[in-house]
Design a protein around this ligand. Structure first.
Ligand SMILES: Nc1ncnc2c1ncn2[C@@H]1O[C@H](COP(=O)(O)OP(=O)(O)O)[C@@H](O)[C@H]1O
Ligand SMILES: Cc1ncc(C[n+]2csc(CCOP(=O)(O)OP(=O)(O)O)c2C)c(N)n1
Ligand SMILES: [Mg+2]
Length: 331
């Protein structure tokens, strides 16, 4: 199989997967190869699924196979980070593009794909417990991932903040959106002009350590990972009973976002809030938890406060922006 340029059977895929992902792990009693894996039980687990689909979430023209393998897993790990938990395993559904689809991947490209995915899995000590394979019209990855709470036993949820809480983010907003738009316009050449933005779009890093730290601070009232942009995700986070006054200064906007919006005549602040695929963590904390936040997560940025009215404002003006929605018509 090693010298073949194409993977031509399910067995070829499974062998390649075995090459990259160990099939034994302390938490896996039965690994890949049976009808199910058997995993060691935990008191409670958090579990989530995210799909990563060609031409919806990524394009082959500017994502390398390694970028795709990395990001498909990273976006899933990020949901576990959003709960303040630690990931403990994942299952991989693969839709493999057929030879006539124009999306076909050679064996060497699959090798790069699994290499990058397994490197990220190894960083987080994640066994691949199984999955499924199907031929299809384009490349698609559906990952189910699970995890457990950290030391405190706390799981951070949406809609658990109250008026007066401080809103904060860990991570950059808007940067992956600048990367996406630049890549869509310029292809891989975009990296020369906006290297930070392109890297943020292709290789997001899930913030597991931050989430676990947040769960240890009792005054932190919930968290989530921002995948559809702050404008869309903030209302989901604060819930229907509250609003928020946001205060974000131009100085807090990442450099490549400032350059990209300047080059394209766009409003940098609105662009930052529209975002999308930021994979930053959004959290709320009572004001008396701010010292602990500063000590344990010095890189966090305060972006506003939760209010008792349902309105949203940005720097004193009403905020009327909506982020990403798969079913909305896009301009
Ligand atoms: N096909 C589905 N079947 C059941 N539940 C779903 C489905 N799609 C999404 N959900 C649930 O709806 C909620 C919101 O989903 P989503 O916006 O994708 O969350 P996230 O941004 O964290 O990935 C989640 O709790 C998710 O599990
Ligand atoms: C080719 C292409 N078009 C558009 C986008 C933008 N985009 C696709 S999905 C998405 C939001 C995040 O994905 P979603 O499936 O909503 O993740 P979830 O909220 O479920 O975590 C964005 C901003 C993209 N990444 N690539
Ligand atoms: Mg999702």
């Amino acid at each position: 199989m090693a010298h073949c340029t194409t993977l031509s059977s399910e067995n070829d895929f499974l062998q390649l997967i075995h090459k990259h992902f160990p099939n034994s792990h302390e938490r896996m009693l039965i690994g890949r190869g049976d009808d199910c894996a058997q995993l060691r039980g935990q008191d409670s687990i958090v579990m989530t699924t995210d799909i990563f689909l060609e031409n919806v979430h990524f394009r082959r023209s500017y994502f390398s196979p390694a970028d795709i393998g990395h990001k498909a897993l990273a976006v899933n790990i990020s949901d576990i980070a959003g709960m303040g938990c630690r990931p403990t395993g994942f299952s991989l559904g693969l839709i493999v593009p057929d030879e006539h689809s124009g999306s076909f991947m050679q064996a060497a490209e699959w090798d790069e794909f699994f290499q990058a995915m397994s490197a990220l899995a190894a960083e987080h000590n994640l066994p691949l417990t199984g999955g499924d394979l199907s031929l299809g019209p384009c490349l698609g990855i559906s990952i189910t991932i699970w995890g457990e709470p950290g030391e405190s036993g706390r799981v951070l949820t949406r809609q658990s903040c109250s008026p007066g809480d401080v809103l904060f983010v860990c991570g950059d907003l808007g940067l992956p959106r600048a990367g996406l738009l630049a890549l869509e316009e310029l292809g891989p050449e975009a990296r020369k002009l906006y290297p930070g933005a392109v890297n943020a779009h292709l290789r997001p890093l899930p913030r597991i350590a931050d989430g676990l730290q947040l769960a240890e601070i009792p005054g932190v009232h919930g968290a989530m990972d921002i995948s559809d942009g702050l404008a869309r995700d903030l209302p989901r986070f604060i819930g229907p009973a509250c609003g928020a006054d946001l205060n974000i200064s131009a100085g807090e906007i990442p450099k490549d976002v400032r350059t990209y919006t300047q080059d394209n005549g766009l409003n940098p602040l609105h662009f930052t809030l529209l975002g999308g695929e930021d994979y930053a963590l959004l959290g709320a904390a009572s004001p008396d938890a701010l010292d602990a936040l500063k000590t344990h997560l010095p890189h966090h940025t305060v972006i506003g406060t939760v209010t008792a009215t349902t309105a949203l404002s940005l720097n004193g003006e009403p905020l009327d922006l909506t982020g990403f929605d798969h079913f909305a018509t896009h301009e």
